[in-house]
Design a protein around this ligand. Structure first.
Ligand SMILES: *[C@@H]1O[C@H](CO)[C@@H](O)[C@H](O)[C@H]1NC(C)=O
Ligand SMILES: *[C@@H]1O[C@H](CO)[C@@H](O)[C@H](O)[C@H]1NC(C)=O
Length: 301
């Protein structure tokens, strides 16, 4: 038997066995998965991943979040809808979904990674069990070198706005990417005017509720893309960022005051083994099925 036919046998029989065992136990023991797509994308853009997970975890309920009534609205909202309002909308949707009552795992792609964390911090019911941030910008971005997809006109316009007036109240309210724009040369402006990221990262004071809710996660998994051409700096995908006051040198999460002062409870989580740092050797959101199955699937079973 060749290695490939062995592999085929293994992967072919796996799901079948799981189905048989699952029904023999007579209960539905898989944890549902809720996914949040990235910028310029829509719930439909995650169909491939949804299908893959459904194949590999038989019986799983996978919800790919749609922000708005149509695919077009969903995409537009990823650029222009106030993030705090988006998070509130999602919290409301999750709380009314009977299939999520027992808890769920949250997986956010790109900006969906930090939005999903906001859901964990603000909305403890139903409980999120494991949070997986796939290329999320947990400390924001300071640069938008390229946009995903073909939206170059919108992207150029957004880049201009971010560089000139990211912290104006109008832009904060109406431009999603401004809400996680993090200017290390103007930390004070960021701290006081960032409507979304500075709030969930406890830059204006410590909200104990955020800390408690985040710490009730079983695991917080962060995936960084080693050749990422879209996210700047890429350290943000592991919750690191540029050192304050300059725009060259970066620091890790562990070197930041967020961690040393433990304003968000991440240091405690780290010590408890709840933080998981994974890497994929590709550009933004580029990974193979083999990588996904080896690294992320174990958290979804
Ligand atoms: C498990 O629950 C989900 C969500 O309720 C449902 O869609 C799925 O069919 C169930 N699977 C099994 C094997 O009962
Ligand atoms: C802390 O966060 C909770 C959950 O979002 C919120 O209800 C509460 O108002 C926040 N408290 C402060 C002081 O901002």
């Amino acid at each position: 038997m060749t290695p490939s036919s062995l592999l085929h046998l293994f992967f072919g029989a796996g799901p079948l066995l799981l189905v048989i065992f699952g029904s023999a136990w007579g209960s539905n023991t898989t944890t549902p998965l809720v996914m949040w797509h990235g910028m310029g994308d829509s719930s439909v853009g995650l169909n491939g991943i949804k299908k893959m997970v459904e194949e590999d975890v038989p019986g799983i309920y996978v919800l790919s979040l749609k922000i708005g009534d149509t695919v077009i609205q969903d995409k537009e909202n990823s650029y222009f809808m106030d993030v705090n309002a988006q998070v509130a909308l999602v919290c409301n949707q999750l709380s009314q979904d009977p299939k999520l009552k027992g808890g769920y795992n949250g997986m956010g792609f790109s900006q969906g990674g930090q939005f999903m964390r906001a859901v964990a911090q603000r909305c403890p019911s139903p409980p999120m069990k494991t949070l997986i941030s796939v290329g999320g910008q947990q400390q924001g971005v300071y640069g938008l070198p390229r946009c995903p997809g073909e939206s170059s006109i919108i992207c150029n316009w957004i880049r201009k706005k971010l560089n000139s007036e990211a912290y104006s109240d109008f832009v904060q309210k109406h431009l999603v990417q401004a809400q996680y724009w993090h200017d290390p040369l103007n930390e004070d402006l960021y701290r006081t005017h960032s409507l979304f990221l500075a709030d969930i990262n406890q830059e204006r004071g410590v909200n104990e509720t955020y800390k408690k809710n985040l710490q009730s996660l079983d695991k917080f998994v962060m995936v960084k893309f080693l050749q990422d051409q879209i996210v700047d700096p890429v350290d943000t995908e592991w919750f690191g960022f540029l050192k304050p006051g300059q725009a060259k040198e970066t620091q890790t999460l562990q070197e930041s005051t967020l961690y040393t002062e433990d304003r968000l409870g991440l240091a405690e989580m780290d010590k408890a083994g709840k933080l998981v740092f994974l890497a994929s050797d590709g550009d933004h959101l580029q990974f193979t099925r083999e990588w996904f199955n080896a690294k992320l699937l174990p958290y979804l079973r």
